[in-house]
Design a protein around this ligand. Structure first.
Ligand code: GLC
Ligand code: CA
Length: 551
């Protein structure tokens, strides 16, 4: 492996995720677009992020908002043109911002030319690009229902682990792998700096596609999560593409956890550089559904396990993305009048850890999950789930309450730029509901307030940049069982930070643990204007976050 082109820039970078449909609409059709992104590049520069990960902007019939691609080499009509894209990437690079594209390669759209050919006949050269069978197995789709659909034209069933309009590509076919390699290289040559690889851990299926354990709620998943040829496929694409550029490759990787991470993510292993693990996103699934407090001890344990990995395994640090509800109120509970404190506390809790932090659009102004009526939902996962739940007698109303806490729609409400009509996102009719709290929570307000969440993010990112203690120092967790406080130390031989975060909307008493030794301390970051200048036992206020340098 030639490692000389890889600078591993992501090791000291903060990445901002754009969900283009909801970011900024430049032409009044109610849908965010690339020229909208271009108009906000100065904002991103000012915010101080190093790179952007953009959710898919390729041609797509939008069954799953761009995660169903019908042409991997061109831009979605609603988002603009290839020229707009070129202007956008040039504008980013001028400002020192890198661009990470979203590579959706487990499946294409059923409207992709490959699939249109594939369904024509058994001897069509594209037939083997997908999985066709006379009889389906018992696998379930991640979007509910069976994972197989009968196609009249083809006279067979095809596999779709997501929607019916997202047929799974057959990575066992070397031609498919070559297509993906060519697509990556095509975008690299246009200047992109990396890929976020969508559901990449699903690309290798067990030979023969055997039935799954029927009791697994995601029936079949043991036959395709990190399947038998996963490493081989990833190595091939790395050698022929990813590794030839100064790229960052981050896999969306259900199945990669702190235990097996070195096997997949070590710098010595060809393939992914980093991965979005799901462990911490699953730790509150029962709590979220039952409307119980966020299980902080479980969360701390998972984060801490990742922190203990060898330095050549880089964790990713994220609490939000387009598939998750907002972290407010999910992680913080009811924040009442303390939204800013809560949001800044999460910023400290995450940004002081080792890894590559991601900020999802709107997180930097403390956007929150949104109240939805049934008719407000637009996400295919929501529509399918509500449809299924409605079949259970008397369950629908309860389900709708639960779903409001879980729905991906929460993260997809348009970006709140100002208190003007439609939050300054569009002059037309927005494609989905805008969170009514935009009159208070918006970028304009945040830019004008020296004490805003946005300015706090800027400050913490500046503090983090180049800081060896944070980027590559050691990590020690204190009070692992404490339900309210997340307390950890970061250290090198000559510097130590103690991080204390109160995840609750109540005053919590801190008793310094016996195994914590220091002589002297100095407050270096906090989210209250009058935090205690030195570490002492005592009250930590609602959502208070404190970083002390200790000696
Ligand atoms: C990933 C994406 C999600 C999409 C799914 C299918 O999980 O993040 O938005 O629906 O893959 O492509
Ligand atoms: Ca538009």
């Amino acid at each position: 492996m030639s490692d000389n082109v890889k600078t591993r820039w992501y090791k000291d970078a903060v990445i901002y995720q754009i969900y283009p449909r909801s970011f900024c609409d430049s032409n009044g059709d109610g849908i965010g677009d690339l020229r909208g992104v271009i108009s906000k590049l100065d904002y991103l520069k000012e915010l101080g992020v190093d790179a952007v990960w953009m959710s898919p902007c390729y041609k797509s019939p939008n069954d799953d908002n761009g995660y169903d691609i019908s042409d991997y080499r061109d831009i979605m009509d609603e988002f603009g043109t290839l020229d707009d894209f070129k202007e956008m990437i040039a504008g980013m690079h001028e400002r020192g911002i890198k661009l990470v594209m979203d590579l959706v390669s487990n499946h294409s759209s059923d409207e992709h030319q490959w699939f249109k050919e594939s369904r024509k006949s058994k001897d069509n050269p594209y037939r083997d690009y997908y999985y066709w069978r006379d009889k389906p197995n018992n696998w379930k789709s991640n979007f509910l229902g069976p994972a197989w659909k009968y196609d009249n034209e083809a006279g067979q069933y095809y596999l779709h682990l997501f929607s019916e309009k997202q047929p799974d590509l057959n990575w066992g076919n070397p031609k498919v792998r070559q297509e993906i390699i060519d697509i990556c290289n095509y975008w690299f040559e246009m200047g992109v700096d990396g890929f976020r690889c969508d559901v990449i851990s699903y690309i290798s299926k067990a030979p023969g596609l055997p039935d799954g354990f029927p009791l697994n709620p995601q029936t079949g998943s043991e036959n395709y999560i990190l399947g038998p040829d996963f490493k081989k496929y990833i190595k091939e694409i790395d050698e022929k593409s990813w590794d030839r550029y100064d790229s960052m490759i981050v896999g969306e990787a259900i199945g990669i956890n702190y235990k097996n991470a070195p096997e997949y993510l070590s710098e010595k292993v060809e393939g992914l550089d980093t991965a979005f693990s799901f462990e911490h996103m699953y730790c509150d699934l029962p709590a979220m559904i039952l409307n119980r407090p966020f299980p902080l001890p479980a969360f701390k344990k998972i984060m801490s396990n990742w922190q203990q990995l060898p330095l050549d395994c880089q964790p990713t640090l994220y609490v939000e993305n387009h598939d998750q509800p907002r972290c407010l109120p999910r992680f913080t509970g009811d924040y009442g009048s303390k939204r800013k404190e809560a949001s800044k506390m999460i910023c400290i809790a995450m940004m002081m850890q080792r890894g590559t932090p991601y900020i999802y659009e709107g997180q930097e102004i403390g956007m929150t999950s949104c109240p939805f009526n049934e008719s407000d939902y637009v996400d295919i996962m929501s529509l399918n789930s509500i449809k299924t739940a409605s079949k259970i007698p008397f369950f629908k109303d309860t389900f709708l309450k639960i779903w409001n806490r879980r729905a991906r729609d929460n993260a997809r409400t348009p970006m709140q730029w100002s208190a003007e009509k439609n939050a300054g996102f569009t002059t037309g009719n927005p494609w989905m509901k805008i969170n009514p709290n935009y009159t208070q929570i918006n970028v304009e307000e945040a830019l004008g307030d020296p004490d805003s969440i946005l300015h706090f993010y800027q400050k913490v990112m500046k503090f983090r940049k180049g800081n060896k203690v944070i980027i590559s120092g050691g990590y020690r967790l204190y009070l692992p069982k404490d339900k309210d406080l997340f307390m950890y130390e970061r250290y090198t031989d000559d510097k130590r930070y103690l991080v204390i975060c109160n995840f609750k909307n109540k005053i919590v008493n801190l008793y310094l643990p016996d195994n914590l030794y220091f002589r002297d301390s100095k407050l270096v970051l906090s989210n209250y204007p009058d935090s205690k200048p030195h570490v002492i036992d005592g009250a930590v206020r609602e959502y208070e976050a404190l970083v002390y340098e200790i000696k």
